[in-house]
Design a protein around this ligand. Sequence first.
Ligand SMILES: [Zn+2]
Length: 336
Amino acid sequence: MFINNEYLIIVGGAGPSRVMMLKDDDGVYRFYPQSLVKQLGNKVHPKYSDYDINAIFNSEGVSYWFKGDGNIKSDQIDLEMVILHELVHGLGFLTSLNDYMHDIPQGLTPYVVGIINNSGSNYHFIEATFDKYMSVVPTGQNVSDIIKQMDVFNNIQYSNQDNFTTTFLSSPQYNLATDLFSKATKSNSLTILSGDDTIFLETSLTPFNSKSSISHFSSKKYTNTSDFLMRFSIERGKTLQQYVKMGGNYANGPIGPKLRAFLKSLGYTILDSTSNAQTSISTTISIIELIIWCMLTISLTNIITSCFIEIDIFLYEKNNAFKILKLGSHLIGYSA
Ligand SMILES: [Zn+2]
């Protein structure tokens, strides 16, 4: 989260402390944040990290306001609002889409996962749970379907990462990545489903900013509404409660109706504070699917002997800096 109109001041950032690749109910493998895997209630699961979320908060150059401080000053920021915003990122309000191949972004892909085997490596495009709900405006095409079209390199062996990069950048599939990039930098071009509703994502930032674009509600649409919380920037001099009031005094507080519906879609149980009723959707991801995932991992790598030990799977990084993952145990990204 940034301070409004002060691009260089980041007040906080967060992401899941551990993500786990699961076969989703539509047959697609996705990276789930650990906190969401816990909602599935499976007794069999990869090892959890001690903490669900990693978050950072800027302690320098920002004057924070705390409850009980009296009136907020015009240069202060309510820390509770920053914390709440970052926790929502950590719960999975986070896209995988980014440019992992250029210093100056020009094409977007999901996480690029390389798996080492005897004759080289193969590469998969694996999305985040968040991306399952994303669509392109005005066609309504699901981003998951676009990613499926992109993910055609996983049966090919590459001797090194440069070979894969060169192949992908000169392939017809790269056009899908540049099309996604153009959507991510044009207002009102990407939405996510939240129940029966849609949320317009932040796609008006130019240049594209991987910490602010996409993984936020559109500032233009949701400033001064009950869904103000997940905009990428915060104005100084207003408390969280003042924001709630400006948004129309939503009865359930700062987590607005669209965000609540989206978190419910992800798999979280939602408490209605006015009636004390809890609601959730049932998920169809079962223990069996988790086991199938483990078997798939074994067949892809030939080097794994069990589901829960270290494997040679790495996230694609710029400048050939491979990052070796332990199975499901990596901070895979964060949003500001
Ligand atoms: Zn944010």
